[in-house]
Design a protein around this ligand. Structure first.
Ligand code: AKG
Length: 188
């Protein structure tokens, strides 16, 4: 179903197909299948998607960062490529959030919390989905955009795409994994 509103590409949204090869994707998915994942709990309500944070964690109840395991070696090359696409030093991406969307899982409308920095880079694995964007323009008109995310692709949210637009993902048809790299606002 098409979104209602005037279509506008969010400024600061960058999309790149083929950030990783099919072999690299398989190797990462093999690693991810060994990870202990937990349902993301948003204000007491567990969501259908499962996550595992590395480097820095975030608690939606206390709105603070938490201590988690360091980013594993096998994610460092991926972080380098994500950082190059995002145009910021690799080490500035202190969080790597691995998310598993079982079939039917979604992420609802949100902006990433301001604890995190100016640039967010997300990598998609295993299946495709549609990332939706919305904002209210001056005068109250709704602006919308849909960005298909293919497996092995990456997107960058910076500028208006990071701060002015909300994003969400429609229910995925097949299992999807993502890795989201974020900076900490206080250091970016
Ligand atoms: O799975 C994705 O690529 C999007 C993740 C996201 O929007 C989030 O974790 O806030």
């Amino acid at each position: 179903m098409a979104m209602r509103g005037v279509v506008e590409r969010p400024s600061g949204l960058l999309y790149r197909d083929g950030l990783i090869s099919p072999d690299e994707e398989s190797a990462l998915l093999g690693r991810f299948s060994q990870l202990e994942m937990s349902p993301l709990v948003l204000h007491g309500v567990p969501s259908r998607r499962l996550t595992r944070a590395f480097g820095v964690g975030y608690d939606f109840d206390t709105r603070g960062t938490t201590e988690v395991d360091p980013i594993p070696e096998y994610l460092l090359e991926l972080r380098d490529r994500a950082a190059e696409l995002g145009g910021a030093p690799s080490e500035s991406f202190e969080e790597a959030l691995v998310t598993l969307y079982p079939p039917g899982a979604t992420i609802s409308w949100h902006r990433d919390v301001p604890t995190f920095g100016r640039i967010v880079v997300g990598v998609s694995l295993a299946s495709s989905c549609v990332m939706r964007f919305q904002r209210t323009a001056a005068g109250g008109e709704r602006r919308v955009f849909e960005q298909p995310l293919l497996p092995r692709s990456a997107y960058v949210l910076a500028g208006a795409a990071r701060w002015a637009w909300q994003h969400s993902i429609r229910a995925v048809r097949e299992e999807r994994w993502s890795v989201t790299f974020r900076q900490l606002a206080e250091r970016s």
